[in-house]
Write a protein that binds this ligand. Structure first.
Ligand code: AMP
Length: 301
């Protein structure tokens, strides 16, 4: 079994991984980390859950270590790595991981995304951050406001590129890439590779290594069950399953935003504490519901 130390990671990073309980690298980490440490471009076929965040974040952090410093001067903390994600939730999650991996090194990171007041992000940007995680639209807002500079970026990561395509971010992405220095390391991850994604990869990546890991198999601890039920009785059945099995943390996906709200209301009426998140909720509502779900104060999300 390979260890993180054998992949060539620095002691301060290894210490953080150890504290987080990471024992050995996942397959994608094993493949990406050594290549990315040497600064090669990477095209990764990987889904969420494979450990792809650490696969790109750990070598990115290590390559920034020579620049790590505790100076209070903003000029000493230019944005050196840019990570773009399609959704706000993913951006937050990626930045949280980076905070954890950098806990023993003086590198600063920040996440910026839309749907919240841009003015709260500006003071932190002004103090300087080396690693910026962003959704494309809000990043361009900051560029337009001249509240950040991208001329020192030496690493670009596109996470879930296919979803960015689906969400219509392609023009924004092209505008952002045009603002970056030509000399840089690029990593792009995508679960699927339609024609447009391959074209994007061709235009952004420089002779990349293609890395593919097996699609997620269901973990051995997970049992999958299908309950055939009439449309009208779905909610009733769900409430029954939750109550009779005393399920405490349940994630439910629905087809529509309306159905999502309705289901949460019905569950609450049935005495099961539930909340709903979807694109029509404000970012504050989404974060609040996610936090409550993680903390166990709401049972069903
Ligand atoms: P990701 O696919 O990057 O979203 O990661 C999925 C989850 O696996 C996250 O909660 C990570 O913190 C966790 N994780 C990633 N790499 C490892 C590892 N090598 N050992 C244990 N957990 C990990």
């Amino acid at each position: 079994m390979t260890t993180f130390a054998e992949l060539g990671l620095a002691p301060d990073i290894l210490r953080a991984l150890d504290e987080m309980g990471y024992v050995s690298p996942t397959p994608i980490q094993e493949q990406v980390i050594p290549l990315a440490l040497h600064g090669g471009d990477i095209l990764g076929a990987a889904q969420t859950g494979t450990g792809k965040t650490a696969a790109f974040a750990l070598p990115l952090i290590q390559r920034l270590l020579p620049h790590a410093n505790t100076s209070t001067s903003p000029a000493k903390h230019p944005i050196r790595a840019l990570i773009l994600t399609p959704t706000r939730e993913l951006a937050i999650q990626v930045e949280e991981a980076i905070q954890a991996y950098t806990r023993h090194v003086p590198l600063r990171s920040l996440v910026v995304y839309g749907g919240v007041n841009i003015n709260t992000q500006i003071p932190i940007l002004k103090t300087g951050v080396e690693i910026l995680v962003a959704t494309p639209g809000r990043l361009l807002d900051h560029v337009q406001n001249k509240t950040l500079l991208l001329n020192q970026v030496n690493t670009l990561v596109l996470d879930e590129a296919d979803r960015m395509l689906d969400m219509g971010f392609m023009p924004d992405l092209k505008r952002i890439v045009a603002l970056l220095p030509a000399q840089r390391v690029n990593m792009m991850f995508s679960a699927t590779f339609p024609e447009e994604i391959r074209k994007l990869a061709d235009s952004i990546l420089n002779t990349p290594t293609f890395i593919e890991v097996a699609r997620n198999e269901t973990a051995v601890t997970v049992t999958q069950v299908v309950h055939p039920v009439h449309h009208e009785r779905k909610r009733q059945l769900l409430a029954h399953l939750i109550k009779s099995r005393d399920l405490r943390q349940v994630l439910v996906f629905t087809g529509t935003k309306l159905g999502c709200n309705r289901l949460a209301n019905e569950l609450n009426k049935a005495g099961i504490h539930a909340d709903a998140i979807h694109g029509d909720k404000t970012q504050q509502e989404r974060i609040k519901a996610l936090d409550a779900f993680k903390a166990g104060t709401i049972r069903v999300l």
